[in-house]
Design a protein around this ligand. Structure first.
Ligand code: NAG
Ligand code: NAG
Ligand code: NAG
Ligand code: NAG
Ligand code: NAG
Ligand code: NAG
Ligand code: NAG
Length: 637
């Protein structure tokens, strides 16, 4: 039996096992819905956890992280409307205690049913310039959502004035019948921060990972969680402060795609136990088998490298002798293999040939990218040569809805084949302006911009070390079947290691013409702000419906020039209309389009530090998309 047969038979075995244990969600996990304030999709728990527990009201727990304004028993108790003595007792501190920043605080609440959702209410007085999103995400850290706030307060978000008091429903839930019969007495709404994953959180509270997954409608196949969302942890005993202080979450994101390690059962059913053991063993076997395969392939590749005569590699890599540094690099790569092996599937070349009808032109998408059909699902298969370990390593660390997912690799005769998730609607560049029936609405355009911003924000803020994509353009953004955007092509991505003041520099200027920021073109300065500039250009394309080359026609230096008559002339809206592709005229709400132009203008500032961060951009876009709802009927430009 060769490796691939072994791997596939183990896969079949595991699939059989997981099919036997049908998992029924107790409450659906919220996923990325928290930022989509205008979305009316209620398939996640975005409006609150559904009242389908065995009791209408129960004792529940929340977590909160101490922040500058809310760092003491009294301020936190007031913010979350809880009893200060209870709060200090649960956290084993004095009533006059203050907490260090980011210290996790446990909060006891009474959770009850309000119409169809479980919640505990508190109230909040609007401060200057708050939006529902800001209140839900930044002030309450994700314990509430902009959608729930909108649903339970009568003020539209644009009429939130300082001094207004609003109701804030905090997310909590009571155990369902099934959970109760499993011994679960309380549910804790745990606030996820970056770098955390389900098994780590479960371990903190001594809970079986499988039970936590099930409580949130997550599964071994789909267990991605996001910062500033709540994860329900099913508890048999009240939580204690010793569980939440001490080891803070490791800052280096431990590849959130690593299968959850399942700790020994704490009184769970016997079935779960068997399931866990088989799962862990299966996981280990797969990991070691796949690891060996990659190891072998890698060293075969190394060997070939040492024999230039037959090497299919680029000139650069052939000329480089196999020196000590490279040995270290290969050691590093080998070290990282163990994590790659757990999350990536290794395909045989035969499998990929079958998937792409022997790489036929009928399956060619573009360049060296083919569409393949693997087990009935489409995938994009990209043939590459040269050193792809950087891209593989980077993509392996990333698991984000708005960044294209690498699902497998194959190595054959000196070429790598990377297998990516398939985006049915192809590159954004095909959709910028109206071709045939292809046309994006205002809402879709704003959603796409938000998606791209969310993906970049993840690269800039939540990766460790932070990265700049460096080649954002309309061909590197792909649209899935629902027109949600995913950033692709991380071949040029670079770590920015941004300690303030000392940024990475390069002499090797690469990127796409028209999108490169002035400081990068002139000085090779690499900071996240170069992506912000490219994002500005991209948004200008999205808004005007004109591709970048067309935009530059008649512009002498910077594209921001063309915004001057829109922003600073009396007939600005008229000028904006002239800027737009004729096929789009008459389809935009004019006030909002002007806001987008302002945002673009900020992104295109010459001085990098004057550009907003991706985080700021996300908030502006979220405000714009929230207002989009109420402007739906007043289309004018
Ligand atoms: C509850 O558990 C029973 C048996 O374990 C199962 O048949 C049923 O589908 C579960 N219901 C829910 C809603 O999880
Ligand atoms: C609770 O309600 C949610 C949302 O309607 C549903 O997805 C879930 O299956 C329900 N769970 C139980 C145990 O009834
Ligand atoms: C979701 O929304 C639809 C229509 O707006 C409604 O009928 C349904 O009850 C809602 N589901 C939940 C779980 O709130
Ligand atoms: C539900 O209510 C019953 C009766 O009031 C109580 O005994 C039980 O502990 C409650 N269950 C939960 C999970 O709070
Ligand atoms: C908190 O109160 C106790 C007495 O109740 C007092 O001894 C202690 O100094 C106070 N600590 C602070 C930081 O004020
Ligand atoms: C929470 O506030 C909402 C909206 O004001 C209200 O409808 C609901 O009854 C309140 N729930 C509780 C438990 O106080
Ligand atoms: C949510 O709030 C946190 C905490 O202030 C902030 O770091 C994060 O960027 C916010 N998320 C978004 C999408 O704005």
């Amino acid at each position: 039996m060769n490796y691939s047969e072994l791997v596939s038979s183990i896969c079949t075995l595991l699939c059989l096992i997981s099919c036997c244990s049908v998992i029924l969600a107790q409450q659906p996990y919220i996923k990325k819905a928290t930022t989509l304030c205008d979305s009316r999709d209620n398939s996640t728990s975005v409006l609150g956890y559904t009242c389908n527990g065995s009791n209408q009201s129960c004792q529940a727990y929340l977590t909160f992280r101490a922040q500058s304004q809310f760092d003491s028993i009294s301020t936190i108790a007031k913010l979350l409307a809880v009893d200060p003595p209870q709060l200090s007792q649960l956290n084993s501190v004095a009533q006059n205690a203050t907490f260090d920043t980011d210290r996790m605080v446990l909060v006891p609440v009474t959770c009850s049913c309000s119409s169809q959702y479980y919640q505990t209410n508190t109230s909040f007085v609007i401060q200057h310039d708050n939006t529902y999103f800001f209140i839900a995400n930044n002030t309450f850290q994700g314990l509430s959502t902009c959608q729930a706030l909108q649903a339970q307060n009568r003020y539209p978000t644009r009429n939130l004035y300082a001094g207004t008091r609003i109701t804030v429903p905090l997310r909590c839930a009571c155990p369902t019948k099934n959970q109760s019969s499993d011994g679960v007495k309380y549910l804790l709404s745990y606030l996820v921060t970056s770098g955390e994953y389900v098994s780590l959180i479960s371990k903190k509270f001594g809970v079986n990972t499988g039970n936590t997954l099930r409580a949130n409608g997550l599964s071994e196949q789909d267990f991605t969680i996001y910062p500033f969302t709540t994860l329900l942890v099913p508890l048999q005993d009240p939580p204690s402060s010793s569980q939440v202080i001490g080891s803070p979450p490791q800052p280096s994101p431990p590849s959130s795609r690593t299968p959850p390690s399942v700790p020994p059962p704490s009184g769970g059913s016997n079935k779960t136990w068997v399931y866990a053991v088989v799962g862990v063993l299966g996981g280990l076997i797969i990991a070691s088998v796949v690891g060996t395969i990659i190891f072998r392939m890698f060293f075969r590749k190394k060997k070939q490298k040492a024999e230039p005569a037959s090497s299919p590699y680029s000139i650069e890599s052939v000329q480089k002798p196999l020196n000590k540094k490279e040995d270290e690099e290969s050691q590093e790569f080998w070290d990282s293999i163990s994590s790659i092996a757990q999350s990536l599937k290794v395909y045989t070349f035969e499998e990929l040939r079958a998937a792409t009808e022997d790489f036929s032109t009928a399956c060619l998408i573009k360049g060296s990218v083919y569409r393949g059909s693997i087990n009935g699902d489409f995938a994009a298969i990209k043939k590459m040569n040269g050193n792809v370990t950087k891209e593989i390593n980077l993509l392996d660390k990333i698991n984000h809805f708005n960044l294209i997912r690498l699902s497998g690799v194959c190595f054959n005769e000196g070429n790598w084949y990377l297998v990516y998730e398939y985006a049915a609607n192809g590159p954004l560049s095909d959709w910028i302006h109206k071709i045939d029936q292809k046309f994006l609405t205002w809402n879709q355009r704003i959603q796409i911009a938000s998606d791209i911003a969310t993906g970049l924000n993840y690269l800039h803020r939540y990766m460790s070390p932070p990265h700049a994509h460096k080649d954002l353009n309309s061909s590197n953004v792909l649209l899935d079947g629902d027109f949600r955007a995913k950033i692709a092509n991380f071949g040029l991505a670079r770590s920015t290691d941004g300690k303030e003041g000392q940024f990475a520099l390069t002499r090797h200027i690469v990127g796409t013409k028209g999108y490169m920021s002035p400081e990068y073109l002139e000085n090779g300065l690499i900071t996240p702000k170069l992506d912000v500039y490219a994002f500005g250009i991209l948004m200008l394309e999205i808004l005007t419906g004109k591709e970048v080359a067309l935009l530059y026609e008649g512009v002498n230096t910077e594209l921001s020039e063309m915004l001057i008559p829109v922003l600073h002339a009396e007939n600005g809206k008229e000028n904006l209309k002239n800027l737009m592709d004729s096929s789009l005229q008459g389809t935009y709400p004019s006030n909002l389009a002007m806001l987008v132009i302002k945002l673009i203008d900020h992104c295109l500032k010459k001085e990098p530090s004057h550009r907003p961060s991706m985080d700021d951009i996300l908030q502006s876009l979220s405000r714009i998309s929230t207002s989009t709802l109420s402007y739906e009927t007043t289309i004018s430009i």
